[in-house]
Design a binder for this molecule. Sequence first.
Ligand code: HEM
Length: 142
Amino acid sequence: MQQVGMIINETLRLYPPAVFIMRQTYKKVMVGSLKVPAKTQLFLALTAIHHDKEIWGEDCNEFNPDRFSEPRKHIAAFFPFGLGPRTCVGQNLAMIEAKIFLAMIIRDCSFSISPTYCHSPIMFLTLQPQHAAQILFRRISC
Ligand code: HEM
C-alpha cells in the first residue's frame, strides 16, 4: 500500500488534476522579500512547482515513484490537493479510493499502455488525457 501511495503521488506530481490555484490578498502582505499589495490575484502554478528542477532534480520530468520514499524537503514542493486552510476536503477519500482501486487491479491483472495511446495532456477544467487513455489489461493466472 505504501508503494501504491508513492505511485499515485508521483502521478499527481507530474499530472496534477488541478493545474493551478488562485488566491487574492485582502491586505498588503510580504511574500519573502516581495511586497504584494492588497487585492492582488496570485496564480499558483502547481505544474511549474511540481516540475521544478531545483526542487525535484534533473530527472523532474521522469516518472519515479521512489522520490516519495524520502520525506519532502519543503511542504509546498508538492500540493496537488492545495495547501493551508482551504486544502481539499476530499483528499483522504480520493487517495484511499485510488489506492484501493489500483491495488484491486494489480492483484488480478497486469497492464500496459496501448499502442493507440497518444500522450497529449490537455487542460479542460482539470488536466486530462485529450484522446482518453487506452490501457491493455491482462489477467494474471494463478
Ligand atoms: C484526485 C482528486 C482530487 C484533487 C486533485 C483535488 C484537488 C483540490 C484542490 C487543489 C483544492 C484546493 C482549491 C483551492 O485551494 O483553490 C480542492 C478543494 C476542494 N476539494 Fe478537492 N480534489 C480532489 C478530490 C476531491 C473529492 C473526492 C472531494 C469531495 C468528496 C473534493 C472536495 C473538495 C472541496 C469541497 C474543496 C474546497 C475546500 C475549501 O475551499 O475549503 N475534492 N481540491
